[in-house]
Write a protein that binds this ligand. Structure first.
Ligand SMILES: [Ca+2]
Ligand SMILES: [Ca+2]
Ligand SMILES: [Ca+2]
Length: 349
């Protein structure tokens, strides 16, 4: 164990606004910026290797294209590159890239020690949705060059930062709580694109029929928890007896494929009502039927894949999607109804 501490504390000092880089990409996760509350070793040189990582939770499948963090670089440390590591929530390695080009930008000094914004760009790391740890570190071929990742007291995600360094006496991933005695996060940002997202309904409207039970969250998965609706009084023959609309929002910018999944059933009747499934076409400004069938008397999954210009079913800019389910009069002489167990979209880039 070397006598060096893995990090050192500084009094909190307000520093000026950070110059921002426009990477032309979406922000997948923003952990905020460092606040000078603390820092922790994170570097690779011929003598020392240390990692500091922090967690993110991503709800959709993504491609990570950039990672930004802030570093103290000592002894005129000019990195030859950087390493990035991504771990599962159990700290199993997902990927480690070494000697990646890094953009280093001076952002200020505290007590004569310079701080730098560090950007990894042009990454292409596909990740399924989940809870991960990420970290990066500057690399040098000189022994004296030290890098320290700048931290913040604002905790995002699920946990505070973790650290690992054989050199500093932490051969296993160790919570910063056990190193600094209080929690800190890394100030970092992850850039990239959502490539596959399961979109759950965020609003539910029963336009025709009487809403008997269930709420919007009952549509989010197939679990035999339902929205139930009964037929309306018969007045306008041409309109459906039951009409349900749901709306959701996707972060996928350019959709190449939308899969619509619904699971429904209707009361058993001498003639089953016609069930019609439609998506709202924002370009044409009208509903487009994507499926029509006799409503099944038991829970039945209908999965419709839309590959013919699916982007028209997403509101430009806002990312909204609208789905409509109609059930038409089966000529029944007794009251009847429907139940909807599941109604979601899966949007793929
Ligand atoms: Ca965290
Ligand atoms: Ca079911
Ligand atoms: Ca359900």
């Amino acid at each position: 164990m070397n006598g060096l501490a893995p990090g050192w504390f500084l009094a909190a000092i307000a520093i000026g606004a950070c110059p921002t880089t426009v990477l032309g990409q979406g922000v997948l996760w923003d952990n905020g910026r460092y606040d000078e509350s603390s820092n922790l070793a994170s570097m690779r040189n011929p003598m020392i290797e240390a990692w500091t990582v922090d967690d993110i939770v991503i709800e959709s499948d993504v491609v990570i294209t950039g990672y930004r963090w802030y570093s103290v670089l000592r002894n005129r440390f000019e990195p030859t590159g950087a390493d990035i590591i991504i771990l599962t929530e159990g700290f199993a390695k997902v990927i480690e890239l070494r000697d990646v080009p890094v953009e280093v930008r001076f952002v200020g000094e505290v007590m004569g020690v310079p701080r730098f914004q560090m950007d990894l760009e042009n990454l292409s790391i596909g990740l399924p949705r989940g809870h991960y740890y990420l970290g990066a570190r500057p690399v040098s071929d000189r022994e004296g060059d030290d890098g320290y990742t700048l931290l913040t007291r604002t905790i995002s995600g699920v946990t505070a930062a973790y650290f690992r360094s054989v050199f500093f006496g932490y051969p296993e991933w160790t919570s910063i709580l056990n190193i600094h005695g209080s929690p800190f996060d890394i100030g970092f940002t992850v850039f990239g694109q959502v490539v596959r997202e399961e979109v759950r309904a965020a609003s539910l409207t029963i336009r025709l029929g009487r809403h008997l039970g269930g709420e919007i969250s009952d549509l989010h998965q197939s679990d035999d928890r339902y929205v139930t609706i009964r037929d309306r009084a018969l007045m306008a023959m041409s309109l459906p007896m039951i009409r349900m609309e749901v709306e959701g929002t996707t972060a996928v910018e350019t959709a190449s494929r939308i899969t619509v999944t619904v699971e429904t059933a209707a009361s058993g009747l001498p003639n089953q009502p016609l069930q019609r499934l439609a998506l709202f076409d924002y370009i044409a400004g009208q509903w487009t039927t994507i499926d029509e069938r006799a409503a099944p008397p038991v829970d039945t999954v209908v999965e419709i894949v839309v590959v013919d210009d699916p982007a028209r079913f997403i509101a430009p800019g806002a990312g909204q999607l609208k789905m409509r389910l109609d059930w038409f009069d089966p000529g029944a002489t007794t009251p009847w109804g429907v139940r909807i167990d599941h109604a979601t979209w899966t949007v793929e880039r």
